[in-house]
Design a protein around this ligand. Structure first.
Ligand SMILES: [Zn+2]
Length: 76
């Protein structure tokens, strides 16, 4: 029985709302939360604790270092 922790996570970009360049990261968010958000319009919570309403954006963002550290911790 394998854990599906990794496949349940997806990176989605956090778009800056003018509060700094460090906001321009792609954060890891659980897929079910993304789906729920898409239906309800509610904000999502990333692994690092960042909360925002995701927007669809084709641009590539660097992965949030905090999310990556947590994600790497989950893999072991
Ligand atoms: Zn993050």
């Amino acid at each position: 029985m394998e854990t599906s922790t990794q496949s349940n996570l997806e990176t989605i970009p956090k778009l800056s709302h003018g509060d700094g360049d460090h906001e321009r990261f792609a954060h890891y968010v659980k897929k079910d939360k993304i789906l729920t958000s898409a239906l309800s319009g509610d904000p999502v919570t990333a692994l690092c604790g960042k909360v925002w309403i995701p927007n669809r954006d084709p641009n590539k963002f660097p992965v949030c270092p905090e999310c990556k550290a947590i994600f790497d911790g989950l893999k072991k």
